[in-house]
Design a binder for this molecule. Structure first.
Ligand code: C5P
Length: 400
């Protein structure tokens, strides 16, 4: 299943590190080539010699090892793999990853890699449930990092609850899914995301507060289920996930053109972008200047193409499933239900973006999934979790 796949396995310092030795064996049994990296703390639990013997590979341990750097620099090491796996991912490693620290080999590799990252958290139940860890988890999921586990059960410290690292077969399955092989394998899904910028003149534009976080998390979740994802993004404030096809656009017109090019081969299309409804029709080709008269320039607006409605109403080449988003500030369900019918899409994911909800630009979302015959209210969840649930529903719909 993993023939010739190269996996960089970062082993963190927790009691679950002993399971990582078995993980190396099971990954190799599937045909993968595993390069282990041990943190200093991991060496308290497993020896570099055991990891090296089981991997039949050199083990990397130190950022400032001149021999290692001469053989293969740490940047190269971070990119030579098909997938980076962190198991166990301790609370400390997760915090470092979420904050972007790069003060040892493991954290530096995680910062430098351009490959997908899968983490298998393992820690004491209180540490897992701590607000700081949950905050870090939401950040990591928002960044497109895949997570397997943790499981619930008895812990080495004598407590009970979530925090145990997933069992090795489950991690191997997650590695397989991350490298292709999930329920969306062979399916092409298009996702629009982020705001659009509509120029007023060469230096000014009209924008909105969309961060692109929900669309980015969704693209990562679809990718995790094995889909080929075309991710068409406006100028978002979060980076696109690794492992998806990225098309960067600025204006609604550019987004419409990019969608038109990619949509014909798509099995599903999800429109999470906050597209500007209007563009400035009399945008100036040179920077507008005050003329001293005290008169402000008058902007004229033209309506942008409705990308979602155009795709949903295609007679030929319409994806089987077309999903829109509706950001509303009042009467969320009624407005979104009417919007679904008006635009002709299959589902609308409606959310309340009133400023007091903190949803726009925030890390959580509370949505209602509206289909032809139901309005399903979901609890308030991290955007990564909303994305995973939605991706799962999309996989189920395409499986029918
Ligand atoms: O009409 P409204 O902007 O509320 O509709 C929101 C939905 O329509 C979102 O899915 C958004 O991505 C999509 N949309 C679009 N093109 C537009 C405006 C909205 O695709 N010009």
């Amino acid at each position: 299943m993993l023939a010739n796949k190269r996996i960089l396995l970062i082993i963190g310092g927790g009691i679950a590190a002993f399971k990582s030795l078995d993980l190396i064996r099971r990954l190799r049994e599937q045909g993968a080539c595993v390069t282990p990296v041990l943190t200093k703390a991991a060496e308290e639990f497993v020896t570099p010699l055991s990891a090296s013997a089981l991997a039949a590979q050199k083990v990397y341990r130190d950022l400032f090892d001149l021999t290692d750097e001469a053989e293969m620099g740490h940047i190269e090491l971070s990119r030579a793999a098909d997938l980076v796996v962190v198991a166990p991912a301790t609370a400390d490693l997760m915090a470092k990853m979420a904050q972007g620290h790069a003060n040892d080999l493991a954290s530096t590799l995680l910062m430098a890699t351009d490959k997908r990252v899968l983490i298998a958290p393992a820690m004491n139940v209180r540490m897992w449930e701590h607000a700081a860890t949950q905050r870090n988890l939401a950040i990591l999921q928002g960044d497109g990092i895949s997570v397997v586990g943790p499981d619930e059960g008895d812990m080495a410290c004598g407590e009970f609850g979530p925090g145990r690292m997933s069992e090795v077969p489950e991690i191997v399955a997650a590695v397989g899914a991350a490298l292709g092989g999930g329920p969306l394998q062979g399916k092409h899904v298009l996702v629009t995301s982020g705001p659009t910028h509509e120029p007023i003149d060469p230096v000014r534009y009209i924008a909105n507060r969309s961060s692109g976080a929900q669309g980015t998390a969704l693209a990562a979740a679809l990718r995790d289920l094995g889909a080929r994802v075309t991710f068409i993004t406006g100028p978002a404030s979060v980076p696109p996930p690794a492992g998806v096809g990225v098309v960067r656009v600025e204006t609604a017109a550019e987004m419409a053109a990019a969608v038109d090019t990619a949509v014909a081969s798509a099995d599903a299309a999800v429109f999470a972008a906050a597209v500007a409804d209007w563009r400035v029709e009399n945008a100036s080709g040179s920077k507008m200047k005050k003329d001293g008269s005290g008169n402000a320039p008058a902007l004229e607006f033209a309506e942008n193409p409705d990308i979602l409605a155009t795709v949903a109403q295609r007679t030929a080449g319409r994806p089987r499933l077309v999903v829109g988003f509706a950001a509303e500030t009042d009467d969320v369900v009624a407005n979104a239900t009417a919007k679904r019918a008006r635009k002709g899409c299959d589902w609308i994911v409606a959310n309340d973006v009133s400023p007091e909800t903190g949803i726009m630009g925030g890390s959580e979302n509370r949505v209602v999934l509206i289909s032809q015959d139901a309005a399903e209210e979901w609890p308030r969840l991290p955007k990564g979790e909303v994305a995973r649930r939605l991706a799962q529903r999309i996989a189920e719909a395409l499986a029918d």
